[in-house]
Design a protein around this ligand. Structure first.
Ligand SMILES: [Zn+2]
Length: 389
């Protein structure tokens, strides 16, 4: 089983966030809600498809935050805010016009359940998509602020830092039907191998089947990106990924196919965040290494093709906001009530081994359990992603 481990970035990010949680607490940030939006920056708004897109720029206040104003017009809306700066950043709060918190990172900092990566300190880009679940409630009409932090590498809050944010808002009453537009982009040289191209197209068809089972129509377009086939990590980020996002006519999620991710031939795939940004960003992609998906012989068997498609669906599942129902080690879980808690390899594999978001493939010899199941609450998270239209 160890060799098959789908070792994506979740565990390492969590470790960082856990340590950071302690650091942030001792930094003792004063929170005084209810202040008017910081008006030191500039704002531009446009409408793309059904999404109202607002770009905000400004500098962090004395507390180290750019308070990004979010105006909601339509009932039952979802909002995504992507905060970006040159350096470390996080999103810590969403507050309403009376200063009450809609999202408060402190509710989650010591939890053994994961809801969003946004409050973990990350380099250059941080993303929140709200609500995540039904219990988080829709964003209803009104004015809100999303607090994007500028941090030092030690997790201290920095004033007067230039920051920008993209705000995406749309009404989202329909949680049973939606379309996800995706670009599958080949890294340099990958599209020259007909076997890899054929395998990628077959895997994408399997990905589409899995998403169709929860009412999401996957609309795939193919392209290429000028980047080395030994892909840079999507959770660390790379300017080429942001440039790719900026070069697209329509807003889509992006999956980049390389030979490996950071030269690691066992790494199946890696998402740029949980959730990932629906905006050009240096972490704004899902990376897939075809070599790991083809297995040790480097050729795609029927089993490998299934696994390759599941990798795409799984990693994009992270990008849409889904965590593993249980993390390797059995100490951390998702924040959903219909993915069973379990505490050992055998009990987890029997309860959740066929779930799309199980942390690793479950194989006996050369045959692996199909991991295509998506629970109702997992489906609800995916449908609330601002890019599932
Ligand atoms: Zn994963």
């Amino acid at each position: 089983m160890g060799d098959d481990m789908r070792s994506d970035h979740v565990a390492s990010v969590r470790a960082t966030g856990w340590l950071l949680g302690i650091g942030l607490t001792s930094a003792c940030v004063g929170v005084s809600g209810g202040k008017p939006p910081d008006d030191s920056g500039s704002v531009t708004t446009s409408v793309e498809g059904g999404i109202v897109v607002t770009n905000v720029s400004g500098t962090s206040n004395r507390q180290g935050y750019l308070k990004v104003p979010v105006h909601i017009d339509e009932p039952q809306s979802v909002v995504q805010v992507v905060g970006q700066r040159s350096g470390w950043t996080s999103i810590d709060y969403i507050t309403d016009s009376r200063g009450n918190s809609v999202f408060n990172w402190e509710d989650w900092s010591y939890s053994d359940e994961s809801l969003t990566d946004c409050y973990y300190m990350s380099k250059n880009t941080t993303t929140i998509n709200w609500p995540v679940r039904e219990v988080d409630a829709w964003m209803e009409p009104g004015d809100y602020e999303v607090w994007v932090a500028a941090l030092t590498s030690e997790g201290r809050y920095s004033a007067d830092i230039e920051m920008r944010a993209t705000v995406l808002v749309r009404p989202d009453a329909n949680l049973t039907r939606g379309t996800l537009s995706a670009l599958i982009a080949y890294a340099n040289g990958v599209a020259d191998d007909p076997e890899v191209v054929a395998a990628t197209e077959e895997a994408a068809a399997h990905w589409a089947e899995i998403y169709a089972s929860i009412g999401i129509t996957l609309d795939v377009e193919y392209g290429s990106v000028d980047i080395d086939a030994e892909l840079p990590s999507s959770s660390v980020g790379d300017p080429a990924y942001e440039a790719l996002g900026e070069s697209m006519g329509d807003r889509k999620v992006i999956l980049v196919v390389g030979e490996t991710i950071t030269g690691d031939s066992w790494l199946y795939g890696e998402a740029g965040g949980i959730p990932g940004p629906f905006a050009p960003a240096n972490t704004g992609i899902v990376a897939v290494g075809w070599l790991a998906n083809a297995g040790a012989d480097g050729r795609f068997s029927d089993q490998d093709l299934l696994l390759y498609g599941e990798t795409m669906a799984h990693e994009m599942g992270h990008y849409l906001g889904l965590y593993h129902p249980v993390e390797d080690g059995f100490e951390y879980f998702d924040a959903l009530s219909d993915t069973q808690r379990c505490t050992s390899y055998s009990s987890c594999e029997s309860a959740l081994g066929s779930n799309l978001m199980f942390p690793y493939p479950v194989c006996a010899g050369r045959t692996c359990t199909r991991q295509e199941d998506v629970t109702a609450e997992q489906s609800g998270v995916a449908h609330r992603y601002v890019g599932v239209l």
